[in-house]
Design a protein around this ligand. Sequence first.
Ligand SMILES: *Cc1c(COP(=O)(O)O)cnc(C)c1O
Length: 360
Amino acid sequence: MSRVYNFSAGPSMLPLEVLERAQREMLDCNGSGQSVMEMSHRSSEYQAIIDEAEALFREVLSIPDNYKVMFLQGGASTQFAMVPLNLGNKTKTADYITTGQWAKKALAQAKAYVTANEIASSADATFNYIPKVDKGMLTPNADYLHITYNNTIYGTHYNNMPDFGDATVVADMSSSILSEPVDINKFGLIYAGAQKNMGPAGVTAVIAREDLIGNAMDITPIMLRYDTHSENGSMYNTPPTYGIYICKLVFEWVKNLGGVKAMNEINVEKAKILYDFLDNSKMFKGTVVPEDRSIMNVPFVTDSDELNKKFIAESKAAGFINLKGHRTVGGMRASIYNAMPIEGVKALVDFMAKFEKENA
Ligand SMILES: *Cc1c(COP(=O)(O)O)cnc(C)c1O
């Protein structure tokens, strides 16, 4: 068996131990004589799996008791509609900070349901920084403020959370969930698609403060109401059963590594290896202002499109795949999520150094 180093932004690498455990349990999970894929979601065997997934998720992220956890479908993109439909029903206004494509999509969708104000944006510099925002810029009495906590495409992250006063902060954490400790109490609602750092595509986790659930607009389809899912333990209809099971294995893996704090220490070390190389290279450079750099997604460029192309082709041939940057940025991007081992980052940096020498 030969496995590549996969730097995909998502779907992305999963921990090898998780895949191996899933393989062992594929035909007979826990003595049930069935694959998880074949289980009724109403069976006691499956109930134990989803209960454990939620318990582990709560444990690793220290989710307070007054927050509900939901495992939904439709990707993070469906949250772009669920958030305004469920939370935007008091003053019907909301604030958005646009820090990339996903934030822009969230804003565009919100405009269908509420008065959505773009209070700050980093579009003027191809989203290579997080705009400075203070309380005074927020719309008084807005129902919520939406931010994208880690910007997968542009490689920025809220390293210093602004003081948003008593705004209800909603955060898209699709590409940073489980990578670092987060004070959940600072947020009204957090959502994350699984396929970046948590499991396979098809599951979206939502963490919502209880008082924000149950006030959906009348037009909201039943399947898009948070109360539908929270009142039914994510089992109003058939949940993405196998995906939730893989998420459970990932939560266990994070816990056994020492939790999100230990995970974060490893991630910081990994990112430092790559950023230190970029900061000292004469050929490659990072595209993001240093204080807003993400430790999950690292975009970088050379000053020549030809060289970028050559690097992407040669790195791929050497077993480093999916290093091509997003089409809106060009260049390269290394996504180094939790599952990327430190050896993978070291090997990439060695390869980059060799490429730089050969092409100087
Ligand atoms: C990938 C991603 C999305 C979109 O997720 P889907 O599950 O494809 O809808 C949204 N926001 C962020 C920050 C992402 O990284």
